[in-house]
Design a protein around this ligand. Structure first.
Ligand code: ATP
Length: 458
């Protein structure tokens, strides 16, 4: 990103270039929900694939999972979500706008969070009443802060509308992993320590969804839960924390835009908790992932509520494993990747371009195949090349407009290579390949293209 890049610029760009659209836009939009467009879904899938490869497939003691989103109602009681998954909410007495009090306090530099007792947060709220205004009408007249539960209910299986136990949408992705811990033990017979990873959706009735993809009511999480013998959790935590930092560097994030932040105020069962924060344009540093030492809380709770033994038997040594969790929000990481890669550049002679400097593995399209003209059989050669390369890569094809304009369009969505078929191609079976970042061009023989891209894109 450039120094002066704002989030509004990224949001407009994301819409204009088919990355992210507001959900239900033709009906005026739905707060807290977004759709990923043609380029967005490719980028999102590439981020997920990279995460899955590094965190599940390349680790011999990690197992993948994809659990159903609907779960038994008791799951959310055992996890503590029915009783305690809430944020402190207050309502403007003038216009009924709801605010999240801990976040409003944080904005004015007061240390507050959603885990504080209600009387404590209200004390701070009153103390700073003159610094917090309604974002809609500007008045400073609010109700007291009250805990507002974030779980989203569904009416699944409730045909009488008198059901007593609602089936909730998942408030977090990790519960599916705890529920399948025993299934993984019984089917895969892992040795301890081992991990389970999954990417799954989560839903939260956020009081004020805002900041584009940063705080939505529907989002995706990529989670790993690592099961370790009690006493070995601290060492596992440190190793996992270091690996997560490295993953972000490998994703192409500049370390100067990343930092760790340790939680001061832990939930009662946690032994340690750190957030990875990214320096977003306009918003500044904020959380993109949490790394948590959850002790044996989750398995103990589910064992108690289900009546099923969830201990691990390590050659006669029986214990309930501790869990070290990593939980990454995909929407937030997608936004970080987009902001990081987005660049406006001055070129020679007053020319300018916007380029997404995405790593090739993340780029929505890897190669743009461009016949120089619509005539003289050039499109036929281009179509053949397209057909071959698209077996392996996501390749685009464009025949209209000047070649310079087509290069600019490819740069804007981060396509690492443009491949041009011109009149020389007809003579010597070579094409021009232009590199997105250096804008340098070279001639490559058509039959060497598979090898060329294997080297460049592996
Ligand atoms: P916050 O304090 O910002 O509300 P959190 O601490 O509640 O976040 P976790 O429950 O630890 O978040 O969830 C793990 C990850 O899921 C977060 O690091 C974030 O990337 C993502 N996440 C959580 N809530 C949202 C949301 N409303 N919209 C988008 N992503 C979210």
């Amino acid at each position: 990103m450039n120094k002066e890049t704002t989030m509004n610029e990224i949001i407009s760009f994301a819409k204009e270039k088919g990355f992210v659209f507001q959900s239900s836009e033709i009906y005026g939009g739905l707060a807290g929900a977004y759709d990923f467009g043609p380029n967005g879904v490719e980028l999102l899938n590439n981020i997920k694939a990279f995460w899955w490869k590094e965190n599940v497939q390349k680790k011999p003691n990690y197992y993948g999972l994809d659990s159903a989103m609907f779960k038994h109602p008791k799951v959310w009681e055992a996890s503590g979500h029915v009783g305690g998954f809430s944020d402190p909410m207050a309502e403007c007495k003038n216009c009924n706008t709801r605010i999240r009090v801990d976040k409003e306090l944080e904005k004015i530099g007061v240390a507050a969070d959603e885990k504080m007792p209600e009387d404590e947060i209200n004390r701070l709220f009153q103390e700073h009443a003159e610094e917090i205004s309604c974002p809609k009408c500007g008045k400073q007249d609010f109700s007291d802060a009250k805990a507002f539960n974030l779980l989203v209910k569904s009416n699944l299986g409730d045909f009488t509308s008198a059901g007593s136990d609602p089936v909730y949408l998942p408030g977090e992705a990790c519960q599916g992993i705890y529920l399948n811990y025993k299934n993984v033990l019984d089917s895969m017979h892992p040795k301890i320590p081992f991990g389970i990873g999954q990417i799954n959706k989560a839903f939260r009735n956020e009081i004020s969804p805002r900041n584009f993809l940063f705080r939505t009511r529907e989002f995706e999480q990529a989670d790993t839960q690592f099961f370790v013998e009690p006493g070995k959790n601290k060492e596992a935590f440190d190793t996992i924390k270091a690996a997560r930092w490295q993953w972000y560097l490998d994703l192409g994030i500049n370390p100067k835009n990343l930092r760790w932040s340790q939680h001061d105020n832990l939930v009662f069962y946690a032994a340690d908790a750190w957030d990875v924060e990214y320096n977003f344009p306009t918003y500044g540093f904020d959380e993109i992932e949490g790394v948590h030492d959850r002790t044996d809380y989750d398995l103990t709770q589910h064992a108690k509520h289900s009546g099923v033994d969830l201990s691990f038997n390590d050659n006669g040594n029986k214990f309930t494993p501790y869990i070290v969790e990593t939980s990454m929000g995909l929407g937030r990481v997608f936004l970080a990747v987009l902001a990081e890669a987005y660049q406006r550049e001055e070129l020679a002679e007053g020319d300018e371009r916007t380029v997404l400097r995405l790593q090739p593995n993340l780029a929505p399209t890897k190669i743009a195949v461009l016949p120089l003209t619509k005539k003289d059989g050039l499109p036929d050669i281009a179509q053949d090349i397209y057909a071959t390369l698209s077996e392996t890569y996501n390749v685009s094809y464009a025949v209209s407009g000047s070649i310079g304009k087509r290069y600019r369009k490819a740069d804007q969505i981060g396509t690492p290579f443009c491949l041009t078929i011109d009149y020389e191609t007809k003579d010597d079976n070579t094409v021009t390949i232009r590199d997105r970042d250096s804008m340098q061009q070279e001639r490559v023989a058509i039959d060497e293209l598979p090898e060329y891209f294997r080297n460049k894109l592996s």
